[in-house]
Design a protein around this ligand. Structure first.
Ligand code: GRF
Length: 210
């Protein structure tokens, strides 16, 4: 039986496109967006994925919206919920409901630079290595158990945009990989850490680019 995946996105959806292109042993049963105009949702619709637009501005508060969102997601009976550029904080009740089957990608080497504007902040700090992280979502924002990370060197002439582009290329590698592992039943969370059954060394990706 294949792994049923619901994807949540708010924007352009390049991570979703990478996941869809990766020929994973999963069935993407729905793509849901809190922004009806999201480019990623249009892309999904054009390719025949089941899409759902739920406009968060039409709900009284976060709890009401998240309750509706959770109900919608559950109706697709997912084994895994994938946040692919979903730009809204999730309420504790939502996270509780999906904990252990909720993945996110974040554009930094967590626990460095949680939150927004990660590339600007990395450059401002002068770090020499930056990257991205796929992690399970917990109530602690951007701090859940880490599945895989990829690191890229920071160049002296990097701007937030050039750095973001190189990190994004790595996001497109590691997110499909993380989902594949989940679908294969290889991810085990123990004491807040992810154990990859089989080959733990493949949880870090070091790019060779200069
Ligand atoms: C990515 O940088 C991801 O790490 C962050 O939001 C961005 C989404 O980009 N969570 P896209 O919509 O997948 O192109």
């Amino acid at each position: 039986m294949s792994c049923r995946v619901v994807v949540l996105l708010s924007g352009r959806g390049s991570n979703f496109q990478a996941i869809a292109a990766a020929k994973l042993p999963v069935e993407i049963v729905a793509v849901v967006s809190n922004r009806p105009q999201a480019a990623g949702l249009a892309w999904a619709r054009e390719r025949g994925f089941a899409t759902v637009a739920l406009d968060h501005t039409e709900y009284a508060d976060r709890a009401a919206f998240d309750a509706r969102l959770a109900h919608e997601i559950e109706s697709h009976r997912p084994d895994l919920v994938v946040l692919a550029g979903y730009m809204r904080i999730l309420s504790p009740a939502f996270i509780d409901r999906f904990e252990g089957r909720l993945l996110n990608i974040h554009p930094s080497l967590l626990p460095m630079f949680p939150g927004l504007k990660t590339h600007e902040r990395a450059l401002a700090e002068g770090v020499k290595v930056h990257g991205c992280t796929v992690h399970f979502v917990t109530a602690d924002l951007d701090h859940g158990p880490i599945v895989i990370q990829a690191a890229v060197p920071v160049r002296a002439d990097d701007t937030p945009d050039t750095l973001a582009a190189r990190v994004l290329a790595q996001e497109h590698r590691i997110y499909p990989q993380a989902i594949r592992w989940f679908a294969e039943g290889r991810l085990e969370i123990r004491h807040g850490r992810v154990n990859l059954k089989g080959d733990p060394t493949s949880q870090s990706v070091l790019t060779t680019e200069r």
